[in-house]
Design a binder for this molecule. Sequence first.
Ligand code: F6R
Length: 633
Amino acid sequence: MNRPDSEAQQRERIRTTIHADADAACAVVAGELAALIRERQAAGRTVVLGLATGSTPVRLYRELIRLHREEKLSFRHVVTFNLDEYHGLPRTHPESYWRFMHEQLFDHLDIPPENIHLPDGTVPRAEVFGACRAYEEKFRAAGGIDVQILGIGRTGHIGFNEPGSGRDSRTRLVTLDALTRRDAARDFLGETNVPRHAITMGVGTILEARRILLLAWGEGKARVLADAVEKTPTDALPASFLQGHPGAAFHVDPAAASALTRQCHPWLVGTVAWTPGIARRAVVWLSQTVRKPVLKLLEEDYSEHGMADLLTEQGPAYGLNIRIFNELQRTITGWPGGKPDADDTHRPERAMPARKRVVVVSPEPSDDVLGMGGTLRRLVDQGHEVTVAYITSGNLGVPDEEAAMAADLVVELAGAGEETKFAQTVRRQLEAKTAFEGDTPEIRRLKGVLRRGEARASLQACGVTAPHLRFLDLPFYEQGRYRQFRAGERDVGTVATLLREVQPHQIFATGHSADPSSVAAVSFAVLRQALARTNGEAWRGDCRVWLYRGPDRDWAPAEIAMAVPFSPHELTQKIQAIYHHKSQRSQSPVVAAGLHEAWQQAEQHNRAIAVRYDQLGLAEYEAIEAFERFPDL
Ligand code: F6R
């Protein structure tokens, strides 16, 4: 077991470093690898690296490529073994790990091809066992793995060791978990295309590496990461077995670290400076833990839950309860754009100007209504000038069948014109398209048009009409692939131009703590850069940024700075607006049977926030949409 570095880390059983962001973490990890590679090279010895795929290590690989190009780091003496590979995919498949590794790393280095090893996903089923043994034999013969790089799946898997994988498991064929397959669905253009099996090094195999560096980014990993680091090791969460390894270290960004006790409940692991924000979080947590409304919390509730010093500083209990209750109460407003002519001292949003210019930034069409459809409608109804800016076309998310149907409609309606020719071309291209092949520009265009149509219909249901919709179709998305997007000057320039033109008083945005490779996170990074570029311009002095979240991201009530409640009827309207995104309906019959349709998630999400407010002793609403305030830049 690892010794914690500080009192705050006392529950952590794996050395975990929280970096400013993923790039900062990758610089440190790449630095460690580079030092080892150079040291071995000087001694005329090789280094054996265990490598991972997925979105997590992409930035690390970019940094290694940079070190190679700019700082002459040579990989001639590096031998690599990858963790895993899908079974049944040829190497040339766009989603094969073989191809991923070559495109993302090996093709850009001076590593000899014979030094590169991945499990062979093409061996026939009957020969897999022997091939797995031979793979292990190879890295043993190479001297064993010096440093193993890992990501972590939302199921807690490392490699493809899904829950149930034992501590001693070896390299073998495994069946992928439903959640893992769902996470891969976008890359494979539909969950049904995701392979069911993979070959992976086992947990026992991974634990034999001399050093293990696990990386994790984004709030989506927060829960599983905290459990892996703080809870008793169990095969229900294979990453937790890393606790037994003296050379294991986790490098994470603040979003992935957010569920560690030192981050979310610091009062449980030491003394804290009781800022108003931490006090509010602690009282809300106490109320939820002892299942009492805030106004009924007693002195003993505080002292029995590690919060006696908060009472000493800011008590007595009842006074503190009232203060926090009022703070929570004041987050609730039916006026997300501010209430004209009202005293706004304690309101989340300022009263003036009464009619605000608002920009809702939606990474893909549908993020807007999913995250804030009810609020959007309110803003429009209350007379604000609302512009919805779709950062990307979202065309990668449209199934082929939808595009085929749209092309057929055009052919049937448009007679002999150019539109028909275009639609016929798309139809032919769709028919010629082999499984998993990327889309032609024509197919992407049609898919983008489809999503625009859905967005228009959806927003019409929210009262936002055509002149205020902006489809920015940013190039980072049009030219990119899932998990590998890279924003550039043109992306930032387009968003900055829009902001300068509208000069908004309010911006609603999302993606701030998402996985940095996701569309939402890249879109948010572009917005931030655009904001940085417009710093100092007059309109910026009167512009606030509010953050919304998708229905897959939970809210702790203490994080909420503005809670917009709505009526049962308004909730129905929001759901109807989401229905219009027909191409985004779940593709999998398994998933569709559960609560996984986007509209279902949104409904449940908005109701859940209302229930939580109710349990704190606040008013009981049907549903709530929540927002955080982004610090002024
Ligand atoms: C990849 C691998 C997986 C991933 C994990 C996280 O070789 O073995 O365990 O590390 O699924 O995936 P991303 O990084 O895409 O979130």
